[in-house]
Each structure stands twice: as C-alpha cells, then as structure tokens.
Design a protein around this ligand. Structure first.
Ligand SMILES: Cc1cc2nc3c(=O)[nH]c(=O)nc-3n(C[C@H](O)[C@H](O)[C@H](O)COP(=O)(O)OP(=O)(O)OC[C@H]3O[C@@H](n4cnc5c(N)ncnc54)[C@H](O)[C@@H]3O)c2cc1C
Length: 415
C-alpha cells in the first residue's frame, strides 16, 4: 500500500493533520492504537492561559523570549494565531459546534466551580461571568464522577448565588447497582434514548423555575447535541453541561466527529494497530509495517508522529532517561532524575516539558540528524507544559496544521 503521508497516532493532532492533508487530495493513513487525550479531557481546547486577544499576543511574545523551544516559539506568534483560526474553521467544517475562538477567548467553569481561561469550548459548556446569577449545580444521586457540592462554594466565591443539589433519575437504577457501570458514557447511552428525554426534563423543570442557570454533568450527548438543544427549548432558563471525571462525553463526541470526517474525505483509518517496523532510505522514512499488516509494508512519502505524551505511550520514562519508542527520536534534555519533579505537587513539574526535539518545520531528529520527511506534532513534542501554560489542545491543533502545510507544499498540495 502506498500513501503520501502516514500518521502514527489518531488523537486530536493526528486527525487534524490527516483531515487537512486529505482535504488537499493527498492519500493519507492514520495508525491508531487506542484511546487518546480527548477521551479524558474537559472537551475544551486550551490555546494559552490568556483572557483576551491582547493577553494572547503578549503571552506568545513572552514564550518566544523565555521558552525558545516551545512549539509556538518555533512556529512564530503570527503563524500560531493564523493556524488557530484555521483550526476553528476546520472543526466547524466537521460539524463540531464550539463557542469561543481567538477573538473570543473565555473563562469556562470547571467541575470544581473555578473559572479557567480557554480558547474553544463545547457549545453546552458554562462560561463566565457568573457574579450575581442564581445558579443550581445539579448532581445525579449516587454518580461518583461529578460532585455538585464541590462546585457550588467556588461559584459563590466568584459572586454567584449558587446552590448544590441532586436529582434521583430512577431510570438509571440498572446502572446504579454496579459502581463501575455508573459512569458518564453509560449514563449517556441511556439518557440519549428519546424515551428518556421527558423524564429528565420532568426532573429538571421544578428546579429551573427558581434559577437563572442550571449546571448539570456532561452525561448525555455522546453522538450529538439534540437532547441538550431540546431541553433548552423546553426549560425556562439555560441548561449547561460541566465536564465530569473521565471518560469525557464531549471529548469522545469530538473525536468521533473528526474520525468520521477523516474517513469521509477518503483517509484510511487503521484502528487498534501500531507500528512494528520502519525502514529508512537516505535519511528518510521509506516504509512502516504495523502489527496487523506486518506482511504488507506501508510505503510513504512523508510520516507524521502524533503519538501523544506519556499518558498515551508516545513518550516512555525509564530509570534515568525518557525515550520516544516509535522512531527513537531525540528528546529534550532532562536533569538527573531527582530534578524531574518538584516536591510540591501543585507546582510546575519539569518532566511536563520533556518531549521530542524538532526544527522550525517540526521535523524530528535522530542521533542529532534531522529525518527529512518525518514531522512530530501534538503532545509528543517537548518544550511546553500543557497544564502550567494552558496550551494542550492549541499545541496539538497548531502543530498539526503547520506540519500539514509543510507536507502539502512539498507534495504539491496547498494546505
Ligand atoms: C488526562 C488529560 C486531560 C487533558 N485535558 C485537556 C483539556 O481539557 N484541554 C486541552 O486543551 N488539553 C487537554 N489535555 C492535553 C491533551 O493531551 C491535548 O489537548 C491533546 O488531546 C493531545 O492530542 P495528541 O493527538 O497530541 O495526543 P493524544 O491525544 O495523546 O493521542 C495520541 C494517540 O496516539 C496513539 N499512539 C501512541 N503510540 C502509538 C503507536 N506506537 N502506534 C499507534 N498509535 C499510537 C495513542 O494511543 C493515542 O490514541 C489533556 C491531557 C490529558 C492527559
């Protein structure tokens, strides 16, 4: 099998890159081992911890001076904003409805009731300001992955008149019997059934009469937002959905929509597969074999590594070093192991910035030599701290589109 581009990893970065390339008519395959960051995320995508476009521009310029190896610094501030806007359009073209944008950076309400700056949020996510509003935070009785009583006090501190409460929803009793079954995705599978819409509405209606906003766990809407839209048409005040502990219903919905669009555009999705062998020719990746297609090497003009960070196995830590296990690319230098962590759990952690080294085109290095046709994107990259800098989703989107543009220009497309 011959491809223009083979992408290793089918999370946010791999899929955005694959969609941008297939839109240009390039033959593209994604090798995807399994779950990815979106399945565990809030559903919001962070670009940088900034409250408005001016703060974003200032933040990017600070990064360039302080963190020259940050992927945004390698790409350049103007380009970062341009790619972020392109990503907004690409998500919309996949039918993914988000609020916010580079011009409408906003503060989303977290499950703990605090406000956190972000770039794009699912339409149903609650955003600030909250001061002076009567807000009901509604949990589901017995559901462990969302605690209304944790969110309400922080909302009160932010000036809201917030109350915590629970509803019973007896239709969920079948799941309640087994704690490991009583999770957001299983609840969503049940509540998304049309027959369950009216009982949910009936439970929310008496509360809605007394409040300006209802905040409910994101426990429905696995395929689409139909139930959320319907409830908002029926209720006298807005109903908004807060992220739960993983799995993330809005993250899974976003991933499914991206994957559907990639395949619809003609992309090849190799599910549940992983790289087993790579051949090189003249400092270029020539072919990739996979566990499921071991006897048929996949020949490719370009390769993209989008295997994520430690969480997804894109980076692996040993006793004294960190490696990138697929292409064995060079990773950013780390101090001795005792310097990987800060003792204060809530402090920035040096290991977070560890990842693959690249040049400004995002080409990876092996033994200090660039591999001409191999690009690294997303969480596997080094030089940034997704948590401290609030830029996880943004780095994935921006680097995916930057790599797609390099490849497309070399391959004769126009991404
Ligand atoms: C728990 C958690 C929560 C997060 N929440 C947020 C959030 O709310 N907002 C935000 O902006 N960012 C969040 N992030 C950051 C998040 O990592 C990025 O936003 C983004 O989802 C990363 O995308 P990615 O495609 O680079 O990597 P990933 O999403 O990690 O995807 C990498 C994929 O590659 C696959 N893979 C790895 N090795 C191989 C192989 N050898 N062969 C084939 N496939 C392979 C993995 O199985 C995985 O599917 C979160 C991260 C974590 C870990």
């Amino acid at each position: 099998m011959k491809f223009d581009t083979l992408i290793v990893g089918g999370g946010l970065a791999g899929l955005l890159c694959g969609i941008a390339l297939t839109q240009q008519g390039l033959r593209c395959a994604i090798i995807s081992r399994g779950q990815n960051g979106l399945h565990f995320s809030s559903g919001s995508l962070d670009l940088l911890d900034a409250a408005c476009p001016d703060e974003l521009a200032a933040g990017l310029s600070v990064l360039e001076k302080k963190y020259p190896q940050h992927p945004y610094s390698l790409i350049g501030a103007d380009q970062v904003i341009e790619y972020a806007r392109q990503a907004e359009k690409l998500l919309a073209s996949c039918g993914i409805a988000m609020q916010g944008g580079t011009e409408q950076l906003h503060a989303r309400v977290t499950p703990l009731g605090s406000l956190k700056n972000t770039w794009l949020s699912p339409e149903e996510a609650p955003v600030g300001p909250v001061a002076g509003q009567r807000i009901a935070v509604i949990g589901i009785s017995g559901f462990p992955d969302f605690q209304a009583h944790l969110a309400a006090p922080a909302l009160r501190q932010a000036g809201a008149l917030a109350d915590a409460m629970e509803i019973e929803l007896p239709q969920l009793d079948g799941l309640r019997d087994n704690a490991s079954e009583f999770r957001s995705v299983n609840i969503a599978r049940l509540l998304d059934e049309k027959s369950q819409w009216a009982p949910l509405l009936a439970a929310l209606q008496p509360i809605a009469a007394r409040y300006d906003r209802l905040l409910f766990p994101a426990c429905f809407g696995l395929q689409n937002q139909q139930l959320w839209r319907w409830l908002n048409e029926q209720l006298p005040c807005p109903l908004e959905l807060l992220p739960t502990m993983p799995p993330s219903v809005p993250g899974i919905r976003m991933h499914a929509a991206l994957q559907r669009n990639f395949v619809k555009l003609g992309g090849t999705w190799l599910a549940g597969d992983e790289v087993s062998h790579i051949t090189y020719a003249d400092a270029r990746v020539a072919s990739v074999s996979t566990r499921n297609h071991g006897d048929v090497p996949l020949q490719t003009r370009f390769a993209v590594l989008a295997s994520g960070s430690f969480f997804s196995g894109g980076l692996v830590a040993g006793r004294s070093d960190v490696c990138e296990p697929v292409f064995n690319l060079d990773v950013t230098a780390l101090p001795a192991r005792s310097g990987w962590y800060n003792a204060d759990f809530f402090d920035t952690q040096p290991w977070q910035q560890c990842g693959v080294k690249t040049d400004g085109s995002l080409r990876g290095y092996r033994n200090s030599e660039p591999i001409d046709n191999l690009y690294a994107i997303g969480g596997v990259l080094g030089g940034f701290d997704a948590i401290d800098q609030g830029c996880g989703g943004g780095v994935s989107a921006v680097t995916a589109l930057h790599a797609a543009r390099q490849i497309s220009a070399l391959a004769g497309g126009e991404a």
